[in-house]
Design a protein around this ligand. Structure first.
Ligand code: HSE
Length: 413
């Protein structure tokens, strides 16, 4: 019989307990042994819960109980989660977690601690909610060198962008609905400013390229500057705006990585990913493109990944050697100024003819877009592929006779 402790009884924690007891019989069959949740750690009281006898407020009760072999950490954040996880691993307990902030900040260290103590540290739920991506990346795709990963990694922002694009709904109203549905982080800035997607692409890039990528090393932008006007121009370009996290192997053993809103042509598989769904495209040197798609946030999809990791941890007591990366200086990350792609630029011109001539001189051939209620003095266009630095310099020069109203990168997946 394997005994499990669940740390945190919020959205994901209560979902984990729910999925566990709903499917207990089949989980035991898959684990090859009886299973039970012995403890649920939470500082709050849940007087109406059917699991009254399992609640504890003191983590040491769990830590000092040798019967507990697997700990599921679903509290989120670094404090106190990191201390709990580190001491559980040191005490010889495997840990599974949905905590992307902790894995992105401390993954290399925790994987090392797990190895030292011959236990497992699994985090399938930290990226893509219910979508299997961590295990496919290090196990099923292990024959490949991964050349590139690009994904819609945040359900809340994808939900907001979908509401803006499909229903013309304003940003604040769409965010409020995402919060009510339990998709958003406690502080929604983590979603809308891109930090959550950044943590997730850091985890994927660390695993794919073998060196820890820290969130501070990643150029990160959110969706707060996207307007309904941009959405309309993109419509005429047969494209959608999505918050994308991407990481790519470059030559000289470097990678480029970033999180930002991007315009994606409708024919791309990523453009059709709506609402709370996430999709992650992995480009392997043998497989070519493989796309993983499913619900990227929410109670039960995320709980599904946590419970699956619990079963894996029960079945495999020794450290998984393929789920690894090492700590690293960040010098393998190429400066974002060298990132190359096309750019959508929207500007208000003092004189349309003069500005068009300036645009031609600065950017060469561009494709002009249109919108239904386009003001006479407004221009929107898509450039050819240029570096970030070239785009910055050209925009600074264009701003002399025009006001830049918007700039969004255009990606080709
Ligand atoms: N707030 C996150 C999202 C939850 O919206 O994707 C899942 O990580």
């Amino acid at each position: 019989m394997a005994k499990i402790a669940v740390l945190g009884y919020g959205v994901v924690g209560s979902g984990t307990v729910e999925v566990f007891y709903k499917n207990k019989e089949s989980l035991e069959r898959k684990a090859g042994q009886e299973l039970d949740i012995k403890y649920i750690l939470d500082l709050r009281d849940f007087p109406d819960s059917p699991y009254q006898d399992k609640f504890v407020k003191d983590f040491d009760v769990i830590l000092n109980d040798d019967e507990v072999t697997v700990v599921a950490e679903v509290i989120g954040g670094l404090k106190p989660a990191f201390d709990y996880v580190k001491s559980a691993l040191k005490a010889g307990k495997s840990v599974v977690t949905s905590n992307k902030e902790m894995v992105a900040a401390k993954g290399a260290e925790l994987l090392e601690t797990a190895k030292e103590h011959k236990v497992n540290f699994f985090f399938e739920a930290s990226v893509g909610g219910g979508i299997p991506i961590i295990k496919p990346l290090h196990a099923c795709l292990s024959a490949n060198e991964i050349d590139e990963i690009a994904g819609i990694l945040n359900g809340t922002t994808n939900f907001i962008l979908t509401k803006m694009i499909r229903d013309g709904m304003g940003f604040d109203e769409a965010l409020k609905i995402a919060q009510e549905l339990g998709y958003a982080e406690r502080n929604p800035s983590a979603d809308v400013d891109g930090h959550d997607a950044c943590r997730k692409i850091c985890i994927l890039a660390s695993l794919a390229f073998g060196k820890h990528v820290y969130p501070d090393s990643v150029h990160t932008e959110g969706i707060t500057k996207i307007t309904l006007e941009d959405v309309e121009y993109c419509d005429s370009y047969d494209a959608k705006i999505k918050l994308i996290g991407c990481a790519k192997r470059e030559n000289e053993d470097k990678i480029s990585i970033g999180v930002f809103p991007a315009i994606i042509k409708n024919e791309s598989q990523l453009a059709g990913v709506n609402d709370v769904f996430n999709a992650i495209l992995v480009r392997g040197d043998a497989t070519g493109d493989v796309v993983f798609y499913g619900k990227g946030a929410g109670k039960l999809p995320t709980a599904s990944a946590v419970v699956s990791d619990i079963i894996s941890a029960v079945k495999h007591s020794d450290t998984s050697l393929s789920l690894r990366w090492r700590d690293s200086e960040q010098d393998f990350i190429r400066g974002f100024g060298e990132f190359r792609c096309a750019h959508y630029i929207r500007l208000r011109a003092n004189s349309v003819d003069v500005t068009k001539a300036v645009v031609k001189a600065l950017f060469g051939h561009v494709e002009y877009l249109s919108a239904k209620k386009q003001p006479e003095n407004e221009l929107a266009f898509v450039t050819g592929v240029i570096s970030e630095k070239e785009a910055d310099d050209a925009c600074a020069k264009a701003a002399d006779g025009a006001e830049i109203l918007g700039r969004i990168r255009v990606l080709d997946y």
